[in-house]
Design a protein around this ligand. Structure first.
Ligand code: ATP
Length: 237
C-alpha cells in the first residue's frame, strides 16, 4: 500500500483552477520530489494534501485513510507534517518555544523531551540558541528550526516546501544532507518541493514534473536528471 496517494486532484482558488487531475503517490521510506517553474502549482499541491486548500474534487489517501476533508490538525495527528515555504517560525518566541509548538498535539510528555534532545543533536546550533528568539536566527538556522518543529510532531511523512529558498549554497548543502539523514536514519518518508531541480533530483529517489498545474512526467530521479527536455527546461544544461 502507498503511504500517500493523490487521485485525480483538482484544486481552485475561487474560479481559477490551479491543479488539474493530479495523480501521484509516495511509498514508505522514499524521498520524492516535485519540480516545476514558478507558479506551476507546487505549493498548492502541498496545501491540498495538508488540508489548508482542500481540492474541489479527487481523493487523497494517507496510509489508506481518506484525508481529503480532514482539518489540518487532524492530518498532522495522523503523521503528516509540513515545513511551509518561507518557514513561518514564530519570531518572538524562543527556539525552545517554537519547538514546543511543533509538539502541541502530543500528550506523551516524556517522549517529547526525548525528541527535543534528538532534534538538538541533529541541529546542535539550535541547542546553543535555544533561549534566543527565533527571529534572531539566520535564514539557514530558521530553516533548521522549521524542519525541527515539524519533526517534533513525529511525522511519518515530512513535506518540505522550497527548503533552499534564500539560502547560500553552502547552507543549502547542509540542509539537504540533514534531509537525507532524517530519511535514512529516522525512517521518515520525504516529499520535497524544490526550485533547485538539480539538487532535488540528486537527493530524491523519484520525481514528478509539474507544468501549469498538470503532471507532465514522472520517473526515477536519475532518469529525469538524464532527460534532455528536463535538462533544458530545469537544469540549465
Ligand atoms: P512558487 O515556486 O512561486 O511558489 P508554485 O509552483 O508553488 O510556485 P503555487 O504557489 O502553488 O505555485 O501557485 C500556483 C498558481 O496559483 C499561481 O498562478 C498563483 O498565482 C496562484 N495562487 C497561489 N495562491 C493563490 C491564492 N491564495 N489565491 C489565488 N491564486 C493563488
Amino acid at each position: 500500500m502507498n503511504m500517500l496517494e493523490l487521485r485525480n486532484i483538482n484544486t481552485s482558488y475561487g474560479n481559477i483552477q490551479v491543479l488539474h487531475d493530479i495523480n501521484l503517490h509516495v511509498e514508505q521510506g522514499e524521498i520524492i520530489t516535485l519540480i516545476g517553474a514558478n507558479g506551476a502549482g507546487k505549493s498548492t499541491i502541498l496545501m491540498s494534501i495538508c488540508g489548508i486548500v482542500p481540492p474541489r474534487s479527487g481523493e487523497i489517501l494517507f496510509n489508506g485513510t481518506s484525508i481529503v476533508w480532514m482539518p489540518p490538525e487532524k492530518i498532522v495527528a495522523l503523521g503528516l507534517s509540513q515545513v511551509p515555504e518561507g518557514r513561518h517560525i514564530f519570531p518572538e518566541l524562543t527556539v525552545a518555544e517554537n519547538l514546543d509548538m511543533g509538539a502541541f498535539l502530543r500528550k506523551d510528555t516524556g517522549r517529547i523531551r526525548q525528541d527535543l534532545e534528538h532534534v538538538y543533536a541533529l541541529f546542535p546550533i539550535l541547542a546553543e540558541r535555544r533561549h534566543q528568539p527565533g527571529g534572531n536566527l539566520s535564514g539557514g538556522e530558521q530553516q533548521m528550526l522549521a524542519i525541527s518543529r515539524a519533526l517534533m510532531a513525529r511525522p511519518q511523512l515530512l513535506l518540505l516546501d522550497e527548503p533552499s529558498m534564500g539560502l547560500a549554497p553552502l547552507v543549502t548543502k547542509q540542509i539537504f544532507s540533514i534531509i537525507r539523514k532524517i530519511n535514512e536514519e529516522e525512517d521518515t518518508t520525504v516529499f520535497l518541493v524544490e526550485q533547485n531541480a538539480n539538487l532535488a533530483l540528486k537527493t530524491a529517489d523519484r520525481g514528478y514534473v509539474l507544468e501549469n498545474g498538470r503532471i507532465t512526467m514522472h520517473d526515477r530521479a536519475e532518469t529525469l536528471l538524464g532527460n534532455k527536455d528536463i535538462q533544458k527546461a530545469y537544469l540549465g544544461i
